[in-house]
Design a protein around this ligand. Sequence first.
Ligand code: NAD
Length: 356
Amino acid sequence: MKLNILVTAGDGIGPEVTGEAVAALKEIAVLGGHDFAFTEKRIGGVAIVQDGTPLPADTLEAALASDAVLLGAVGGNEFNALPPDKRPEGGLLAIRAALGGFANLRPCFSFKELAVNSPLRPEVIDGTDIMFVRELLGGAYFGKPRQWDKEKGVGYNTMVYTKDEVVRVARVAFKKLTSVDKANVLEVSQLWRAAVTEVAAEFPDVTLEHQYVDAMAMHIMNRPRDFDVVVTENLFGDILTDESGVITGSLGMLPSATIGGKVNLYEPVHGSAPDIAGKGLANPLGAILTGALILRHSGGLEAEAAAIEAAVRKVLEQGFRTADLARGNMQGLTVLSTKEMGAKVREVVKQALVRA
Ligand code: NAD
């Protein structure tokens, strides 16, 4: 398998965690005889400083010419006074829009070993394995008109969806599907529900249920094991996936993939964490699991993706933790730096793939 991967590491802990994800992918390439080529380009604050823009033209060009883009994180306090499109986050929104991915896949899972890190009881979260499919290019984040009219003291946004936008994301999601909307109050949600129900006819083997977003926020906390795939619009997806992060126990564990556009975009869910940048404290597991999603969705390498996911579980079982995971009773646990954790995962991946 040949893959050209563009790495836009970005700011803060971005370079540290993507470094470990790339090292894991290189290990997979060596073990399986695959040809993965990596190119590095700037995005975010580092690009503002060196190129005067958060998304330089050559970064975008390289992204469009690649098979997959691995993005670290962008952002830094020194850029907070800039207008929205000039800030590091402006580069992130611009690359997402240019690549055109509309379905943001955000797996949410529990790790038995990390149950102590979650505020929810272990018996509630144990065995949770949900795939959120968040619509990423529509809804209130893009709808017009939008304005904060400071003179009149009024602000508004428009949550708008076309039927086609709902149908294409629903098709990605059909498995055992829960569709989340607010159809009891919002017309845009009534369209959402009708369009998803129409797509259901194409997937007769799949069970479909609908949930209102307010109820869903509660169900995820009470009975997360009951959900398999959850499809929802942009704003609801933003909120529900962050809420579900408490099941896993640390932001540093969560991967994501955005598919359906010209080039798939892969990012760990967390931000640039300036508070811990450059100290070797960052948890690279979310970025490494993001590497597994590249193998699955851009490389079609399911066994290799599963090997990385299994290796992450194994190192946790063996008692290895990064600082963000080291809470509660530390007996029998070993705290590792970013690089040490990356190396542990590679060691286990190697053992598993060489044995297979
Ligand atoms: P954050 O995700 O960067 O950090 C939140 C907290 O979680 C911090 O205490 C941080 O130390 C911790 N954390 C995050 N990732 C971690 C990891 N891998 N290992 C260990 N601990 C980790 O969110 P924030 O503090 O709200 O934002 C910081 C900057 O990141 C801001 O500029 C924000 O705009 C930006 N941001 C970028 C993205 C992105 O690039 N996709 C996403 C969210 C925030």
